[in-house]
Ligand binder design. Structure first.
Ligand code: SAM
Length: 215
């Protein structure tokens, strides 16, 4: 894979900007992380389209503009430690690793984590750690986190993740029933509790309990 040609790259970035991704540091990270590395087989030809695409284990790599909107909403600083729940292809984790000091990403499918790790190694992302597990419990031994992003839809923001967010921290999570359109929520943790704002309607696979069967 040689990456997108200049015209395709221009169209890719144009699609991001036109869907509201305007933060230059996020755009630069997305310009530098080749989505084509994270899409395998037949669908690799469509890697630079602004659409979700199938990956292993019946999961999806999210639409690039949604990845951009979620990453932008996190307002990551280079000092931050970030937890991503839902590694999937690893694409968003790689982008986060370009913006943050340290990134942990977790998925319930061992096969997805192993495939994502191959690309992380290729990109030499030494500040990124990937783990297999049920991310709805977070990673208490590595927390608390400055930022948390959940890339699967929960009925409510999971309690353990709210606990593992630092005061002053931000969590972005799609909330709603799995078969319906969900709402992307941003949670700010303050000294007095939590503030929530609704960002946009989205559609994500559900946040499931336990480990996945690798098919
Ligand atoms: N961020 C991914 C990317 O950049 O390709 C897209 C993630 S995909 C839309 C959602 C992922 O969440 C799936 O890989 C799924 O296995 C994972 N997932 C669902 N429930 C989970 C849980 N409880 N813990 C960890 N991962 C979970």
């Amino acid at each position: 894979m040689n990456g997108p040609n200049p015209e395709t790259q221009m169209q890719f970035l144009f699609a991001l900007r036109s869907k509201g991704v305007t933060d230059e540091s996020v755009l630069l990270a997305m310009e530098n992380i080749d989505r084509g590395l994270f899409v395998r087989g037949l669908f690799s030809e469509r890697a630079y389209e602004d659409v979700p695409l199938p990956i292993s284990c019946g999961q999806t790599i999210s639409q690039p503009s949604i990845v951009g909107v979620m990453t932008q909403a996190l307002q990551i600083s280079p000092r931050d430690t970030v937890l991503e729940v839902g590694t999937g292809s690893g694409y968003q984790a790689a982008i986060l690793a370009r913006l943050a000091r340290r990134v942990y990403t977790i998925d319930r499918h061992a096969r997805l984590v192993s495939e994502a790790r191959e690309v992380f190694n290729q990109l030499q992302l030494s500040n990124l750690t990937s783990l297999v597990g049920d991310g709805s419990f977070g990673l208490p031994e590595q927390g608390p986190f400055d930022r948390i992003v959940v890339t699967a839809a929960a009925e409510d923001p999971p309690g353990p993740l709210l606990t593992q967010l630092k005061v002053g921290g931000i969590m972005v999570v799609p909330v709603g029933q799995s078969d319906h359109v969900q709402t992307l929520i941003r949670v700010h943790k303050t000294a007095n509790g939590f503030e929530y704002d609704e960002l946009s309607p989205v559609r994500f696979v559900p946040l499931l309990e336990g480990l996945g069967k690798d098919t």
